[in-house]
Design a protein around this ligand. Structure first.
Ligand SMILES: NC(=O)N[C@@H](CC(=O)O)C(=O)O
Ligand SMILES: [Zn+2]
Ligand SMILES: [Zn+2]
Length: 397
């Protein structure tokens, strides 16, 4: 991998067909360093077009991914495995992955679905319930394949029925064991009280659950997953770096809640926590592009069969795995991209950074309308649109 520095002209490129979701910003020239010491000779030798047309970054990881099971898993695994080195695999299956033994089996199913020669590594998680025991946390740590425990407030999102009903009342001994085992808690941060407005549920969760939890167990490592609000950004900034961090999805970086209603109801832009207003999106873009180490890539790619999205009571979840990297580049500040995609996550989890690189080229490609699975189809985010950046290991479909 020769070129150590690439330059390119970027702005917040609007979605090709839904440009009103974004406020376009003027293009600016940025310098993207793939290594801390720029290889000046390589820069001098690289042609101008090469410099502007590609980014070389350390292979990214996805710190929040749903792969499901069976035929859907087989269809979606290759999309993540082609550019990501590792991924945190969400445990919200039916029934959920609540034990180490089940996580071991699930991991094997994922490994069997990998394309030949793939070195993709699934990092497994346990689904926290009111009944999870401290003993299970010890087992999880010993297994060497489980890297976190996931908190779903019961009823907050897809397959969260078995989640936690009262974290302070039921889970403190387990959380204390997680501190001892240095096992991070990953959080779907929304309250479930039906009297709380859907758009306020993240903020109320921070006030009622997360802030008190950090106070009570300051040593617990916490990742606030898929943040959607300025309130979440302010909270993350207020915590000690290295203890509390957040993942950011492509949809919460690029879309605001208008995307749910643009030209009619848009089920493929529906996820939880639901998209918020533009000021919140801007706060998330600023957080990610200011170079903070507290934020990292987590696609929350969440495939649902087309029939379960396009119906009278559609599921929450956006399938972004095939488009996520092309979309993160749109957020701008390419000089900060590599830390967000490839450094901040492993640094927080205490894992080594990947050593291989991937190339993103400016090479327009059309997102397919659907991807087939064994018994149906999945509609990807931005289906049918043309995206500007193509990861080198992605076919130009
Ligand atoms: N984000 C979503 O809208 N859906 C996710 C669950 C989750 O991450 O909350 C899913 O599993 O479908
Ligand atoms: Zn969630
Ligand atoms: Zn998720």
């Amino acid at each position: 991998m020769q070129a150590a520095v690439n330059t390119t002209t970027v702005g917040a490129h609007p979605h090709p067909t839904k440009s009103s979701f974004l406020r376009p910003s003027p293009p600016c020239r940025v310098y993207f360093h793939a290594s801390p010491r720029p290889n000046l000779r390589a820069i001098a030798m690289a042609s101008k077009s090469q410099l502007q047309d590609q980014l070389i970054i350390t292979r990214p990881d996805d710190w929040h991914l749903h792969l499901r099971e069976g035929g859907v898993l087989e269809a979606v695994v290759p999309h993540s495995a082609r550019h990501f080195g590792r991924a945190i695999i969400m445990p919200n299956l039916k029934p959920p992955v609540t034990t180490t033994a089940r996580a071991v089996e699930y991991r094997e199913e994922i490994m069997r679905a990998l394309p030949p020669g793939s070195s993709f590594e699934p990092l497994m998680t346990l689904y926290l319930t009111d009944n999870t025991s401290p003993e299970e946390i010890k087992l999880a740590r010993k297994s060497g394949i489980i890297f976190a425990v996931k908190l779903y407030p019961a009823g907050a999102t897809t397959n969260s029925q078995d989640g936690v009903t009262d974290i302070f009342g039921k889970c403190l001994p387990v959380l204390e064991e997680m501190v001892r085992q240095e096992m991070p808690l990953l959080v779907h941060g929304e309250v479930t009280d039906p009297h709380v407005d859907t758009f306020d549920r993240e903020k109320v969760f921070i006030d009622k659950i997360l802030a008190p939890l950090v106070q009570k167990l300051p040593q617990l490592k916490i990742v606030m997953e898929h943040i959607t609000t300025m309130d979440a950004v302010n909270f993350i900034e207020s915590c000690e770096e290295g203890h509390v961090a957040a993942t950011v999805t492509p949809q919460h970086l690029l879309l605001n809640r208008n995307a749910l209603f643009q030209g009619g109801l848009q089920p493929h832009n529906y996820c939880l926590p639901v998209l918020k207003r533009e000021t919140h999106r801007q706060a998330i873009v600023s957080a990610v592009t200011n170079g903070s180490r507290r934020y990292f890539l987590g696609t929350d790619s969440a495939p649902h069969d087309k029939r379960n999205k396009e119906c009278s009571c559609g599921c929450a979840g956006i399938y972004s795995a095939p488009v996520a990297l092309s979309l993160y580049v749109k957020a701008g500040a390419l000089d900060k991209l590599e830390a967000f995609t490839s450094f901040n996550g492993p640094d927080f989890y205490g894992l080594p950074r990947n050593t291989s690189k991937i190339i993103l080229r400016k090479n327009a490609w059309k997102v397919p309308a659907t991807y087939k699975h064994s018994s149906g189809e999945i509609v990807p985010m931005f289906n049918g649109s043309t995206l500007e950046w193509l990861p080198s290991d992605q076919p130009k479909e």
